[in-house]
Structure formats: structure tokens, C-alpha cells
Ligand binder design. Structure first.
Ligand SMILES: Cc1cc2nc3c(=O)[nH]c(=O)nc-3n(C[C@H](O)[C@H](O)[C@H](O)COP(=O)(O)OP(=O)(O)OC[C@H]3O[C@@H](n4cnc5c(N)ncnc54)[C@H](O)[C@@H]3O)c2cc1C
Length: 385
């Protein structure tokens, strides 16, 4: 059984959270190993939409892997009534995760992080002075800090006793070829279909040579997702047999703002359950949490902090307000969809949406905002509690 020398940080998972954490740490001179169980480039079920707030927080430009720039939004209600918004500036950049994640991992490796793909982490031991990451095959890597960035179905949360307070939504998506007609309708435009999937919505995203169609909602909608996706396809003139790469995945959402860091370990991104409860986006939250966890890890490495716990507080301050407004909007869309759709058509709502998609959320006091979130979730019922 091989035993590696201790490194500063092991990052488990090389998705958006893991690769950007590895990049930021390596750039500051830390000795970082980041691992992924898949061989890269690999795909991941995801719409691949990077909101402007997500690209803004990234420490480098991702335009080499951007396939479309979105400045138009159509919001439809029950596949019929339609509202159009045209924004002054782009609100999202469309990517494919196969290309984006490979690009992010390459940036981290260029910055000096050691990337090992096709390596599955089996366990993380925390009973010694330093955490030990155990790989399939038995190799053990000792690290001063471990970041769990292994997504919705990873092992690090369980192994570290972190990120447990998550609930899960589900989503299913597929791709249809871009045709001249689809080019005319969908280029630079995102379409959202409200009041179509309980606890969520349906979407159409434009990419380079295809459109991405997807549906997401409460976990209980799992058995009906195929049906929802077929309905979406019909509404957009896409035959079922045109759809390729149909894949489903879980979407983890936080129930409480606790349990994301302990001692010399923390979880980030989906491993921490940080998906936006309104939009289902998680890449902005993955980038933000990796930025905050990286800062905390550098403090531990420099002896300025004893553990990763300060990351938990900073994450709560950074995201609790954002999550509360998301739950409120979701409750409105779910309970009074027609009214919510009429509100969305108004100019102030359009301005608010553009601002939300483009900006880092304001930091807020948690006790007050926690109550707002709980109230919105109660309105949504047991599936949101
Ligand atoms: C259908 C769907 C559509 C979505 N659309 C969007 C969208 O358009 N925009 C958006 O912002 N978000 C979207 N999301 C959410 C987004 O995909 C996630 O929030 C995001 O991928 C989280 O990044 P992450 O780095 O935390 O985790 P992931 O991207 O899941 O990366 C985790 C990595 O860890 C690796 N891993 C897992 N277990 C192990 C192990 N034991 N050992 C080693 N490695 C391991 C995995 O192989 C993976 O590469 C969507 C989600 C779904 C399901």
C-alpha cells in the first residue's frame, strides 16, 4: 500500500468547485493535489449555463469554452403565455460541462496544482493529527487541509460528517441538434417554462451546435421526469428521437447553514448542498464557496487559524440572503404562478433579475433572513422542509 508524503491541501473532485479551489490555492503557493474519479475530459449532467455573476467571480476568463452569450430571456407560463426580456448586458454564458470542466482543471494544473484523474477517493480519515485521504487501491495521502468538492453523490461529506443537512431535487436533460429554425428562435436566448414541473421548471438553452432541453423539480417528480421532458420537447418542436445524451442527476439544496466545516476539512459546491433554490444553478455557488474555503485554508496553512470553521460563517453571510430571496420567489412561482408571471413581465422585475444574475449577492445578517427563508419553505410544504 503506497503512502504519499503530506501535501498542503487535497481537493476531492475536479468540478467547478474543486478545480477553482485547486487553482486559487496553487496560485498562492500551496502544494495541492486535486483528484477526480472520472477520466477527463468528462461530461456531467448540467445545463452548462454560467450566469454573469458566476463568470465575474472566476479568477480567469472562460471565453475559449463559451458557445453562446445570452442577453434575451423568454419566460412562459404553462407552455402558452410568453413574456420577453431583452437585457442591456449579457446575463449568462453558455458552455458544455465536458469542455468547461476540462478547461478549469487545466488552469489549476497550469497554476501548479497536481491533477490526478481516474482516481476514486474511498474514504477520508480524520482521527489523526492530519486528515488522510484514502484512494481506491489503498493509496493514502496526508494533507494539512482537505476540501470535499465531490458533488451531489460524493463520499467526502459522509466521511467528514459534513454537508449532511441537504435535501435533493432531481433534473433530467438532453440535447437536440441546432437547425436553422432553432438558430433563429434560440440563439442568444434562454427560455424558461414556469408552472410545468412541480417544484421546478423546464428550460431551453442555446449551445454551439445544439440546444439543451431540461426539466427539474421536487425529488418526488423523479418517475415523471421523462414525461415532463417529452412535453417540453413537443412544445419546442423537438421529436423525442432527436434527443441525445439524456441524463438525470440529483440537485442538492441546503436545509440549514451549518455543518460545512470542521477541523482541517470543509465541503464546497454541491457537496455542501449549495444549489440556488430558485434557478437550480450551482456553479456560481461552487465558485463562491471555493473562494471562501480557499481563503480559510490559506489561513490554516499560515497558522492564522486553527481550523476551517470560519469558512462556515463566511459562507452563511455570503449566501443566506441570496437563498432566502430564492426560496421566496420559488414559493410565489409555485403557489401563485399566474401572478408571479405577471410580476416577472414588469420592468422593475426585469431589472431585479438582471441584477441578480449579474451580481454577487449582498452579505446579510443571518438571524433575520433565516426566518424569511423558513417562512417561504413552510409555504412550499413538506418537500421543502
Ligand atoms: C440537469 C442539471 C442541470 C444543471 N444546470 C445548471 C446550469 O445551467 N448552471 C449552473 O450553474 N448549474 C447547473 N446545475 C448545477 C451544477 O451542475 C452543479 O451545481 C455543479 O456541477 C456543482 O459543482 P461541484 O464542483 O460542486 O460538483 P460537480 O460538478 O458534481 O463535481 C464533482 C466532481 O467530483 C467527482 N467525484 C465524485 N465522487 C468522487 C470520489 N469518490 N472520488 C473522486 N472524485 C469524485 C465527480 O466525478 C465530479 O467530477 C445543473 C444540475 C443538473 C443536475
Amino acid at each position: 500500500m503506497a503512502v504519499s508524503d503530506a501535501v498542503d491541501v487535497v481537493v476531492v473532485g475536479a468540478g467547478p468547485a474543486g478545480s477553482t479551489a485547486a487553482y486559487r490555492l496553487a496560485r498562492e503557493g500551496a502544494r495541492v493535489v486535486f483528484l477526480d474519479r472520472m477520466s477527463f475530459p468528462r461530461d456531467k449532467p448540467c445545463g452548462g449555463g454560467l450566469t454573469r455573476r458566476a463568470t465575474r467571480i472566476l479568477p480567469f476568463d472562460v471565453s475559449p469554452v463559451v458557445e453562446d452569450v445570452v442577453d434575451k430571456l423568454d419566460v412562459r407560463l404553462r407552455y402558452s403565455r410568453m413574456t420577453h426580456q431583452v437585457f442591456r448586458d449579457p446575463v449568462a454564458h453558455m458552455t458544455q460541462r465536458r469542455r468547461l470542466d476540462h478547461f478549469l482543471a487545466e488552469r489549476a494544473a497550469e497554476a501548479g496544482a497536481e491533477f490526478r484523474d481516474h482516481v476514486r477517493v474511498r474514504d477520508i480519515e480524520t482521527d489523526g493529527v492530519l486528515p488522510v485521504v484514502v484512494l481506491d487501491g489503498g493509496e493514502r495521502i496526508t494533507a494539512s487541509v482537505v476540501l470535499g468538492a465531490d458533488g451531489a453523490n460524493g463520499v467526502s461529506g459522509k466521511a467528514l460528517g459534513l454537508g449532511a443537512d441537504r435535501m435533493f431535487g432531481v433534473a433530467l436533460e438532453g440535447n437536440a441538434p441546432m437547425t436553422p429554425e432553432r438558430e433563429r428562435i434560440h440563439r442568444a436566448r434562454v427560455t424558461l417554462e414556469l408552472a410545468t414541473v412541480p417544484g421546478g421548471y423546464a428550460w431551453v438553452f442555446p449551445k454551439g451546435d445544439h440546444i439543451n432541453l431540461g426539466v427539474g423539480g421536487w425529488a418526488s417528480e423523479g418517475p415523471r421526469l421523462r414525461e415532463h421532458l417529452s412535453r417540453l420537447c413537443r412544445a419546442h418542436g423537438v421529436r423525442d428521437d432527436e434527443l441525445s445524451a439524456v441524463r438525470g442527476h440529483r440537485m442538492p439544496l441546503r436545509r440549514a447553514w451549518t455543518g460545512v466545516a470542521r477541523g482541517r476539512a470543509a465541503v464546497v459546491g454541491d457537496a455542501a448542498g449549495l444549489i440556488d433554490p430558485l434557478s437550480g444553478d450551482g456553479m456560481f455557488e461552487a465558485f463562491l464557496s471555493s473562494e471562501l474555503a480557499t481563503a480559510a485554508a490559506l489561513d490554516v496553512l499560515a497558522g492564522r487559524a486553527a481550523g476551517m470553521e470560519p469558512y462556515g460563517g463566511r459562507l452563511r453571510t455570503a449566501l443566506a440572503g441570496h437563498a432566502a430571496t430564492a426560496w421566496m420567489a420559488r414559493a410565489a412561482i409555485e403557489r401563485v404562478p399566474t401572478l408571479a408571471w405577471h410580476v416577472l413581465r414588469t420592468r422593475p422585475a426585469g431589472r431585479f433579475l438582471a441584477h441578480r444574475l449579474a451580481s454577487r449577492p449582498p452579505e446579510v445578517e443571518v438571524p433575520l433572513i433565516g426566518g424569511v427563508e423558513r417562512a417561504a419553505r413552510r409555504v412550499l410544504g413538506p418537500q421543502a422542509l
